[in-house]
Design a protein. Structure first.
Length: 362
């Protein structure tokens, strides 16, 4: 510690700056060792928890594939089989599913919920925003009905009789997939037989929140999903208590992503590119860091950007805006309009960053 804070020579200082000092490496090793010991101890404790193995046959898996309107990629199939193996074992699953936006993580989560439903268990899927929770609900409703899934939505929006009706369906087991936000971990939310917990965008939730949902069941299986790219060695360190499934291939109908940086002085190029994109019948999302302009901050805001783009493109193009400050009903209307293609351009804050489904946006 003394050499770290008071190096005795210039060469020692240079070693410190480059991360090569032996005492620096010893301290780093100690910190990582502590972390790994703690994480692996938790893993060992979790694996001792009693859990009844679930059952799924190859015929069930083929039936699941048959009902899908698209072909699964090899990596999606691999992830589903890894999850099935976990859920059919005598230890509770604790798996991280990672993959880039658009790689098809949600259908893997759908498969996990299907396995759970085949065994008369319930699945809880917690999303960080109402926009994303409602999107998952629509997805599970559309693709899950054919395989026996009965999803319900539980967010802060539901109140009164509607809230009570949903909670009753959760309590008596009539709903076998419960999709929602933090409302899922409220004390009043009681499950009939929670066997599987799915956390979407896991980095948006704290450890206590994830544990609170887990404690709603009797040692349920845990699947957490993230689109944040995590290098394999880092994943093995930070998530050593979890098994990791990676989806590294995109569905064949997905276009490649091209990223370019344009100078502030080249606005004309941006405006022309946006116009050409909309002229082809495709949609555009413009993301701003703040809702309204603030004195002393040179940041593009949604309000100003929306007005400016409306002057340029409307008519003939339809433009909308969305941010976290809007009432939920209005936010839903805008997002639904964009999803259906009635809006050509959407100006938004980072409320759209988390897995929002917009197939027309290129």
């Amino acid at each position: 510690m003394r050499e770290l804070h008071f190096p005795s020579s210039l060469s020692d200082l240079e070693e410190l700056n480059s991360g090569r000092a032996p005492w620096q490496r010893r301290l780093t090793f100690g910190l990582i060792f502590e972390l790994m010991a703690s994480v692996l101890t938790k893993k060992a404790e979790r694996e001792k928890l009693p859990v009844s193995p679930l059952n799924i046959t190859f015929k069930d898996f083929l039936e699941f594939q048959r009902t899908l309107p698209f072909e699964l990629t090899s990596h999606q199939k691999r992830a589903i089989l890894q999850i099935a193996e976990d859920m059919c074992s005598t230890r509770p699953m604790n798996r991280l599913l990672q993959g880039d936006v658009g790689c098809g993580k949600t259908v893997v989560a759908l498969a996990a919920a299907y396995i759970c439903a085949l065994n008369d268990g319930q699945t809880a899927l917690m999303a960080p925003t109402q926009v994303l929770a409602k999107q998952h609900y629509r997805y599970f409703l559309e693709l899950g009905s054919a395989i026996g899934l009965k999803p319900v939505l539980l967010t802060g929006d539901e109140a009164g009789e509607q809230r009570e009706r949903v909670e009753q369906m959760i309590r008596n087991g009539r709903a076998n997939v419960i999709i929602g936000t933090h409302a899922l971990i409220q004390e009043r939310t009681k499950f009939h037989d929670l066997r599987l917990v799915i956390i979407d965008e896991q980095h948006r939730f704290g450890v206590r929140q994830r544990r609170a949902l887990e404690e709603k069941g009797q040692n349920p299986h845990m699947l957490v999903m993230t689109a944040t790219p995590i290098p394999r060695t880092l994943a093995m360190t930070l998530y050593a208590d979890m098994d990791v499934s990676s989806i590294e291939t995109m569905p064949s109908n997905r276009k490649g992503v091209r990223t370019i940086m344009v100078r502030e002085t080249e606005k004309r190029f941006i405006y022309e590119t946006v116009k050409q994109t909309m002229a082809k019948g495709e949609q555009v999302i413009v993301v701003c860091p703040v809702i309204e302009g603030q004195e002393g901050l040179e940041l593009k805001d949604v309000t100003t950007m929306y007005k400016a783009l409306k002057k340029i493109y409307s008519p003939p193009y339809s433009i909308g805006f969305v941010h976290g400050g809007l009432p939920e009903k209005e936010k839903d209307q805008v997002m639904e309009g964009f999803r259906r293609g009635t809006l050509d351009l959407l100006v938004a804050t980072t409320v759209v960053e988390v897995g929002v489904h917009a197939p027309g946006a290129t």
